[in-house]
Design a protein around this ligand. Structure first.
Ligand code: 5GP
Ligand code: ZN
Length: 117
């Protein structure tokens, strides 16, 4: 039985109760297109189980985060040249707005290597 939280938008997307453009999935994660893309390719990789953030998922099951990264790599390779940036916003002060573990997979822009880090 998966862990879920009531009124969590990503739990509802994982359960198929809210529609999304699904790019791929494995036993631990579902990848969808971000509703508000910040790059030419912007996917989310959402954990199947509800935890507040990637660190909480890692604390509960370290291997689960590896499965998120594997799916991110898979969808980035399927949709572009396989070069991408992974972001896991953690905490409201870092821009997290949905408190269910997810990775942003950003790619498709030559400016990607110039910004942030
Ligand atoms: P955060 O700011 O928590 O790191 O990222 C949340 C992301 O989820 C945002 O980029 C936002 O555009 C995306 N998002 C929020 N609600 C939905 C939704 O219902 N469907 C999709 N596809 N993306 C969503
Ligand atoms: Zn959730």
């Amino acid at each position: 039985m998966s862990e879920t939280a009531p009124d969590c938008i990503f739990c509802k997307i994982v359960a198929g109760e809210v529609p999304a453009d699904v790019l791929g999935r494995n036993d631990h994660a579902v990848s969808i297109k971000d509703l508000n893309p910040q790059a030419p390719f912007h996917a989310l990789v959402i954990s199947v189980d509800h935890h507040d953030n990637a660190a909480a998922s890692a604390a509960a099951d370290p291997a689960s985060v590896g499965h998120l990264v594997s799916l991110a790599d898979e969808v980035a390779k399927a949709s572009g040249n396989g070069d991408y940036r992974l972001i896991a916003n953690t905490g409201a002060g870092a821009g997290q707005t949905v408190f269910h573990t997810h990775l942003h997979v950003l790619g498709g822009s030559s400016r990607m290597s110039e910004t942030l880090v």
